[in-house]
Design a protein around this ligand. Sequence first.
Ligand SMILES: [Zn+2]
Length: 247
Amino acid sequence: MEGMIQTFSAIVLRPTPFQEGGLVVSFLTELGERIVGLARGAKKPSAKWVSAFEPLGLVRVSFFGKENAEFKRVTRCDLVHSPLTLGALESNLVVACLADVFDRVAREGVEDERLFRLLSACGRSLKARPDRAMATLAYAEHWILHCMGLMPHPRLCGRCGNGEAPLVLFTEDHGWRCAACTPVDPSEALPPGTREHLRLLRTLPADEAPDPAGTEAAKAVTRILRDRLRRELGGARSYEVLDKLVV
Ligand SMILES: [Zn+2]
């Protein structure tokens, strides 16, 4: 077979300049697979589609190419929804962080529809409530860790199975650990309300995600999960920018 055109709903992840004014763009398709396409001449002002390659834009995109080619060619890309909001610095930085994270987590040849559903929900939420961008980011981080199999369930202690004692520690080997089996200096223990905050993260939709700085428990959980994700993904430049600009 010479090649074929495939059309998807997809979310733009990372556009990278390529020879002669082209862009190499990674996408997360509606099937939850990462696809990389070459858009020729996409940076020329005359190109109608230049605005269609902004990170986290929801697009309808067509690819042409053989199954195992290094890049498929983008033959068409129409913007359906952009999460960017003019002047909303914090929200637009979160857009960059999420694009960065999903670009590393999504894989070529592996479909995970949960990733697309999660990122779509976060994009809609960022657009509707740019003032709640940090809540959307913390929500996304929690569910990405879950999709990666790195988010142990917080209902029962990962070491002794206790479901009542307060959670006091998070470790990579046992997950959440409770006060009944793990003695921790009170000044270093997770704050009261940790289990409750984790329950809210698991049960609320993206646009109602709990405030990541609303309580001491929320602050601690947000920091732990973000550190865990960044450790897993290695350095993330978008997060460094966020760290500098958002207090
Ligand atoms: Zn325990």
